[in-house]
Design a protein around this ligand. Structure first.
Ligand code: ADE
Ligand code: ZN
Ligand code: ZN
Length: 267
């Protein structure tokens, strides 16, 4: 996602944090965050040029097939295993479990900021997509009358158009609407979204599988080089974007609640 998508995911997550998770997040946030996780959620994208090794951690690509297999697909260009968005989520989650351990040598502030960002990214369908087109980055399209690439349409353009059409260009109004949906329209789905049997590892692998399916069934569907994407595409895809932002927020909260409520869960 772009900056706005990441902020929305984290604003939703903040509302679903338990008291102990909220307290731990407050303690880990840097001064510059102003006490809000959401302000730090786009940070990992600004670091993409400084932390070169972290660039592949934003996504995972498949060999042009509509399924995701960790052992086949989760690696960087040098073939190092686990160097993709799913591995990153599990790795930073693992680091955060050392919170409160005086022997921990991790920078848990960075671990939290990376985790919050990557849980957002794994829910952007085209962050789990085809290698050959770099998740839609090499597919040039027109978004209405403007030139864009397909990846950017899903990171930014659909969200911008939704905000403009429905929410008075206001991010906070859109977040409030998504929160409202979580307690009304989607309320029956939320417990399914939260369903994760894995104890200490996350269910990021499942979220990646959902994303590659959405890439094939929605993002790539009926798209070819230089196509114009307008109302037909927009009205059938924006509900997917809204749902993925909400799911990401719910699941980020779930992961953080499990990490920071662990003392209670272990006894
Ligand atoms: N670069 C290469 N593949 C990518 C993807 N799926 N998402 C974002 N950036 C990428
Ligand atoms: Zn992206
Ligand atoms: Zn990213």
């Amino acid at each position: 996602w772009g900056k706005e998508g990441h902020i929305m995911v984290c604003k939703i997550a903040e509302k679903y944090l338990s008291a102990s998770a909220a307290a731990a997040v407050q303690e880990l946030l840097p001064e510059a965050a102003g006490g809000e996780l959401s302000t730090m959620c786009p940070w990992a994208d600004q670091m993409r040029f400084r932390y070169h090794w972290a660039s592949p951690l934003h996504y995972a690509n498949t060999p042009n097939v509509c399924n995701f297999k960790f052992s086949r697909d989760c690696h960087n260009s040098r073939g190092q295993q686990g160097m993709c968005v799913v591995g990153a989520i599990n790795n930073y989650t693992d680091q955060l479990y050392s919170y409160g351990d005086p022997k921990s040598s991790y920078n848990l502030t960075e671990s939290l900021m990376f985790l919050a960002h990557f849980v957002g990214d794994v829910h952007q369908p085209l962050h789990v997509a085809f290698e050959k087109d770099e998740g839609g980055n090499t597919i040039m399209v027109h978004w209405y009358r403007r030139k864009a690439n397909l990846h950017h349409v899903w990171d930014v353009s659909i969200i911008d158009t939704v905000m403009k059409n429905f929410y008075n260009r206001s991010l906070d109004t859109m977040v409030d609407a998504l929160k409202g949906n979580l307690t009304n329209g989607w309320s029956d789905d939320v417990s399914h979204w939260e369903n994760c049997e894995n104890k200490r590892a996350t269910c990021a692998n499942d979220y990646a599988i959902e994303s590659i399916h959405l890439s094939c069934n929605y993002a790539y569907k009926d798209v070819e080089q230089n196509v114009t994407l307008g109302d037909d595409y927009y009205f059938s895809r924006y509900p997917v974007v809204e749902k993925r932002l909400a799911q990401a927020g719910i699941r980020l909260a779930l992961i953080l609640n499990r990490i920071f409520d662990k003392d209670k869960a272990d006894v």
